[in-house]
Ligand binder design. Structure first.
Ligand code: ADP
Ligand code: MG
Length: 326
């Protein structure tokens, strides 16, 4: 797969704050690629450098193999969708979507045809004459999307575009965005702090921590085989234990409570519908989370259990990248 976007060793500091520190990324043509990490980890800065709104202190950015590091934003074949997308309130939906084409001098007929087509693509057929205020939050977000894909950029950058929507709408929009990306065959570079969102939508995920990338992989790789303790903790719940001088991680759903194994005491039981989350303290002093499918049986705090997991479900993880200050 040819690299559509490549980021090579970028660094960006604001005074004493190093926002992005030696970041490398390779995004394949037509991929849904996600930058995942907590607030302040450097995701937006990376995206802004790719868009051309910021210049890196060092490193370069290429698009389709061409170095674009020095190019201004408008000269890059890239559009950005932000969380706080601003539609022009006095313009109709169609005018909002067609605005960029108009500025570019696209002929009226052609413009109308393209706007109509993109409104169909985002399932807003027939809404072209409305004003933004007459739309729901999800519809407005789809207008913002339509506006950013109408001129068919090579790459679409999306910075937490669903952050302002409520959970149900956000989940609907996740499914919609993913199918839209497939339909368009466009490269999407998506920023989120929501691990579930990243795992559901992406072909590849880059996990950011403190300006650096800790791991790049498919959703199942970063979930099943986190490279570092940070990734193990940030992507899903994980249990980290020391056994025989090694640090190992076991996912909560891979631990069984009923077999022979290490003795432990149940400290808390949380019913979550289809499954139950059970917290246990092992006799050796570890606190673990275990997830069990609900099969009608019950378990109470104070119960004595035995923990076991298959060898293949426990894997060694690297030491933390940065030693904690002592
Ligand atoms: P994220 O998008 O992952 O939340 P950002 O890239 O926005 O992270 O920020 C990374 C770090 O850089 C943060 O510590 C942030 O405060 C700092 N930062 C970002 N932009 C600026 C700026 N324009 N001036 C000063 N500090 C900034
Ligand atoms: Mg951000």
């Amino acid at each position: 797969m040819p690299a559509d976007v490549a980021v090579e060793g970028i660094r960006k500091a604001y005074g004493d704050v190093v926002a992005v520190d030696d970041v490398h990324l390779t995004v394949g043509d037509g991929e849904f690629f996600t930058l995942l990490g907590p607030s302040g980890s450097g995701k937006t800065t990376t995206l802004r450098i790719i868009a051309g709104f910021e210049q890196p202190d060092t490193g370069r950015v290429t698009l389709g193999g061409v170095d674009i590091t020095g190019e201004p934003p408008y000269a890059r074949d890239v559009n950005t969708v932000f969380q706080d997308y601003a539609l022009f309130p006095h313009m109709t939906v169609a005018e909002n979507v067609g605005y960029g084409l108009k500025v570019k001098g696209t002929a009226r007929r052609e413009r109308h045809a393209q706007v109509a087509e993109v409104l169909r693509t985002v399932r807003l057929d027939g809404y072209g004459g409305r004003k933004p205020i007459q739309l729901s939050g999800g519809q407005r977000q789809r207008v913002a999307l339509a506006r950013s894909i109408v001129n068919r950029p090579k790459v679409l950058l999306l910075d937490e575009p669903l952050g302002a929507l409520d959970l149900k709408l956000r989940q609907e929009m996740q499914v919609f965005l993913k199918s839209l990306q497939r339909e368009l065959g466009m490269t999407f570079l998506y920023v989120t702090h929501d691990q579930e969102e990243a795992l559901t939508m992406s072909d590849h995920v880059a996990v950011f921590n403190d300006g650096r990338i800790e791991q790049v992989g498919t959703p199942s790789e970063v979930y099943e085989r986190p490279a570092t303790e940070f990734v193990a903790g940030f992507v899903g719940t994980s249990n980290i234990l020391e056994r025989g001088g090694r640090r190992i991680s076991v996912r909560p759903e891979r631990i069984e409570l009923d077999k022979n194994g290490e003795a432990a005491t149940v400290t808390d039981v949380v019913f979550v519908g289809a499954f139950t989350r059970v917290l246990v303290d092992t006799d050796t002093g570890d606190r673990l989370t275990v997830v069990r499918k609900n099969d009608g049986s019950t378990i109470e705090p104070g119960a004595r259990v035995h923990l076991s997991w298959r060898d293949g479900d426990a894997y060694e993880i690297a030491q933390p990248l940065k030693q904690e200050a002592s």
